[in-house]
Design a protein around this ligand. Structure first.
Ligand SMILES: NC(=O)c1ccc[n+]([C@@H]2O[C@H](COP(=O)([O-])OP(=O)(O)OC[C@H]3O[C@@H](n4cnc5c(N)ncnc54)[C@H](OP(=O)(O)O)[C@@H]3O)[C@@H](O)[C@H]2O)c1
Length: 258
């Protein structure tokens, strides 16, 4: 509500607020009812909510003063293991927010998006951590890359396998990413889900985007870009013209490989 007030003060008077917890089906239903009653349809959905899937010793992380290049390339992976911990509870929260939460919101709002006179736009905010080349396990990489055989069931079996391996302390042995493992697979599966959806609803523009390395809470303010710069990709995809690209991954404003 504070954000809404500040947007009103800057002259954006048609901004309205509604509570949403993407982990809570009742909250999603309430938002869908609100949009239906107030507007009768939905033109653009940006799924931006995200959770990191880890517990972080922030002072310890700051003390390591990792440079952005090492952070992004994976060079810092071993260095951060002492200050960034993946727990089962945090991993579940991460998958429930970044993958299942996004899917729940889309499913609830799809009927309203289909009423859009301009075809409807969905933007799933993803991450470069979800890029396929970063997944050490070849089978997982290939399953997620094969758009001809991808399905929601197949994607979710991968998430179940991940949680099973986490529970049995077998993440590294079974080729899951060492850096932010839950976050990375949540975004890789979100990208795959984006492709499945785009294939199923060809009249809409449904894409996913890495916003850049942005200075926010999510990365404990290690990011280097401003929030305004980070919003550019999402805004571009939200405002795509009719017949624009669908089923693609963008690194900020440029189309990139999954
Ligand atoms: N920052 C980066 O460098 C970076 C890089 C790649 C991708 N991304 C992606 O960008 C998106 C935005 O993240 P950010 O960097 O802006 O981080 P952020 O400042 O931590 O924002 C994350 C947002 O997600 C919301 N959220 C978390 N769980 C939620 C839930 N269950 N229901 C509804 N909202 C929930 C949070 O709401 P509350 O504040 O109310 O908790 C917060 O507004 C995320 O999807 C993230 O994965 C960010």
């Amino acid at each position: 509500m504070a954000a809404t007030s500040s947007l009103h003060a800057s002259g954006l008077l048609n901004v309205v607020f509604h509570q949403l917890d993407v982990q809570d089906p009742d909250s999603i239903k309430s938002l869908a009812n609100f949009i239906h009653t107030q507007f009768g349809r939905l033109d653009i959905l940006v799924n931006n909510a995200g959770a990191s899937g880890v517990i972080v010793d922030e002072d310890g992380l700051r003390a390591l003063s990792i440079d952005p290049a090492s952070w992004l390339s994976g060079k810092a992976t071993n260095l951060v293991q002492g200050v960034i911990k993946t727990t089962y509870e945090k991993a579940e929260e991460c998958l429930n927010t970044n993958y299942y939460g996004c899917k729940r919101v889309i499913e609830a709002l799809l009927p309203l998006l289909q009423l859009s006179t301009s075809g409807g736009r969905i933007v799933n905010v993803s991450s470069l951590r979800g890029e396929l080349w970063r997944i050490p396990n070849e089978q997982t990489r290939e399953e997620l890359a094969d758009i001809d055989t991808l399905s929601e069931e197949k994607i979710e079996r991968i998430l179940e396998r991940f949680l099973h391996d986490l529970k049995h302390n077998a993440l590294e042995a079974n080729g899951w990413q060492k850096m932010l493992p839950s976050y990375s697979i949540s975004k890789a599966t979100l990208n795959a889900y984006t492709r499945v959806l785009a294939k199923k609803y060809p009249s809409m523009c449904i894409n996913c985007v890495h916003p850049g390395y942005v200075n926010t809470d999510l990365n404990w303010h290690t990011g280097t870009m401003t929030v305004e710069e980070g919003a550019k990709g999402s805004i571009m995809l939200a405002l795509l013209p009719e017949g624009g690209p669908t089923g693609f991954y963008f690194d900020r404003t440029e189309m990139a490989a999954f």
